[in-house]
Design a protein around this ligand. Structure first.
Ligand SMILES: [Zn+2]
Length: 318
């Protein structure tokens, strides 16, 4: 909704406060940082969405506007989305050992289809699968078994109730020499700190954890992976996060994300004038957003963090 502070609006919903850190399991107490709609753990630095939403609340939050059958965005946005997934699949296809790929939180299967165009077996799981792709199964990730050359969490880990347990399960599924890929919003980024409650990637309550890179990297290494690549740009959405944040600071707090979505995918109906205002503001803010992105990338504090980590080959076969 344009105008209202989304974190404050969410904080008022009737659900019990989060009692423990969804990342490390620490019971919350006086040392933890309480902010609108989330609590930041004093031990691991990850914030947990609070109140902790019920399944019903989440199902409602994922209702049709999030992934409508016609695509989320107007033409250009969907085309960009498709091209970036395609580039990711091409890159990973080159660095992965042979074998199938598992995409966790596959949505409409854009990334899965991109792998399959390379002739690589690929399967997606998504409890909210639209049914648009025959290769995306509407099951929970932890029901999956087998050996995979890669398990990919492309902006999905932050949607899981037990993200560390999911990473542990991924470590069981990735074959020796295979790769774990994780892209999540960077809750310690410059844009997260600057835009606070209005940061685009806070996305309450769909994002249940708000992850800092240090916690993510140490967890991945603890599971026996060697981190091979960390990027603060590849995860996408960095520039858009800046644009959205800058536009949202203007009078009336226009919502750029809503402005670029198709009518049926919008969270709140926008008048054509408000939509035009948001889009024009984005155009004006573009150079500043580009500068912010450049600073984030240079200081390794970008709005997303992308990690590729390889499972060490078994010692007896190495
Ligand atoms: Zn914690």
């Amino acid at each position: 909704m344009a105008g209202a502070n989304p974190a404050v609006v969410y904080a008022r919903t009737a659900a019990p406060a989060a009692g423990e850190c969804a990342w490390c399991g620490r019971r919350f107490g006086g040392d933890d940082e309480h902010r609108a709609g989330r609590i930041r753990c004093a031990r691991c630095g990850v914030a947990t969405t609070s109140p902790w939403p019920s399944d019903e609340q989440l199902a409602k939050a994922y209702a049709v506007w999030y992934r409508p059958s016609a695509g989320r965005f107007s033409g250009v946005g969907d085309a960009v989305l498709k091209r970036t997934r395609s580039a990711l699949a091409s890159r990973l296809h080159r660095v992965l050992p042979e074998g199938p790929v598992l995409d966790v939180g596959a949505g409409d299967g854009t990334l899965v289809e991109a792998f399959r165009r390379h002739g690589r077996e690929a399967v997606g799981v998504d409890p909210y699968a639209s049914g648009a792709s025959p290769h995306v199964r509407a099951v929970e990730f932890e029901e999956m078994t087998g050996g995979w050359s890669a398990v990919i969490f492309w902006h999905s880990l932050e949607h899981l109730r037990r993200p560390v347990r999911a990473l542990r399960h991924a470590a069981d599924l990735v074959v020796p020499g295979g790769v774990l890929v994780v892209a999540v919003p960077n809750a310690a980024s410059l844009q997260a700190r600057l835009f606070g409650d209005r940061w685009l990637a806070l996305d309450l309550p769909r994002h249940l954890v708000h992850i800092a890179p240090a916690a993510l990297l140490s967890q991945i290494e603890a599971l026996g992976f060697r981190v091979e690549r960390v990027s603060y740009l590849r995860g996408g959405q960095v520039l858009f996060g800046w644009l959205h944040g800058l536009v949202g600071r203007l009078p009336g707090h226009p919502d750029l994300y809503d402005a670029i979505r198709r009518g049926e995918a919008q969270q709140a109906a926008q008048s054509p004038a408000l939509r035009l205002y948001a889009l024009a503001a984005a155009l004006v803010a573009l150079p500043l957003a580009a500068a912010g992105t450049a600073i984030e990338v240079a200081t390794r504090s970008g709005g997303t963090i992308y990690v590729e980590a390889r499972r060490e080959p078994d010692p007896e076969t190495a």
